[in-house]
Design a protein around this ligand. Structure first.
Ligand SMILES: Nc1ncnc2c1ncn2[C@@H]1O[C@H](COP(=O)(O)OP(=O)(O)OP(=O)(O)O)[C@@H](O)[C@H]1O
Length: 122
């Protein structure tokens, strides 16, 4: 049990490090809070919450992996290296793909509800 708690402590330290050092990670966290607020206000369904949860998880996990890969590349290849650059570029591409998936998911879920609200108000 003590060992398990210690492992969670290390994981929490990693999360704090990612939040403190990565502006993009902080932006994703703010976006997560906003999506939660909008989701509650628009009373989205359980299935839609599922898609939102998958999107958020995917973006945060890829962002942490990206930070991890950047740190590892800087460790093993501190100087200029074409392959090191390519690895970082691909890692960043993974975050962009996840973020696009999240954006499209949010558009599919929220735009019909927001449009209905706008139509109702006018
Ligand atoms: N060692 C390297 N050799 C060659 N090119 C690199 C190297 N390090 C970085 N690059 C290039 O510069 C880009 C930016 O790298 P950098 O490490 O600054 O990441 P970043 O996306 O700006 O993240 P962060 O702001 O978190 O450091 C990489 O995507 C890559 O194209």
């Amino acid at each position: 049990m003590k060992k398990l708690l210690r492992s969670f402590g290390y994981a929490f330290k990693g999360l704090v490090y990612a939040t403190a050092t990565q502006l993009n990670f902080r932006i994703h966290l703010v976006a997560t809070v906003l999506v939660f607020i909008v989701g509650f206000l628009l009373q989205i369904s359980l299935e839609q919450w599922n898609w939102i949860a998958i999107s958020i998880c995917l973006v945060l996990v890829t962002e942490i992996f990206n930070t991890m890969i950047e740190t590892l590349v800087d460790l093993v290849s501190p100087g200029y290296n074409e392959k090191a650059g390519r690895i970082k570029d691909m890692s960043a591409a993974a975050v962009v793909i996840a973020a696009l998936f999240a954006l499209i998911t949010a558009l599919i879920i929220f735009s019909p509800k927001l449009l209905a609200l706008i139509n109702h108000a006018s």
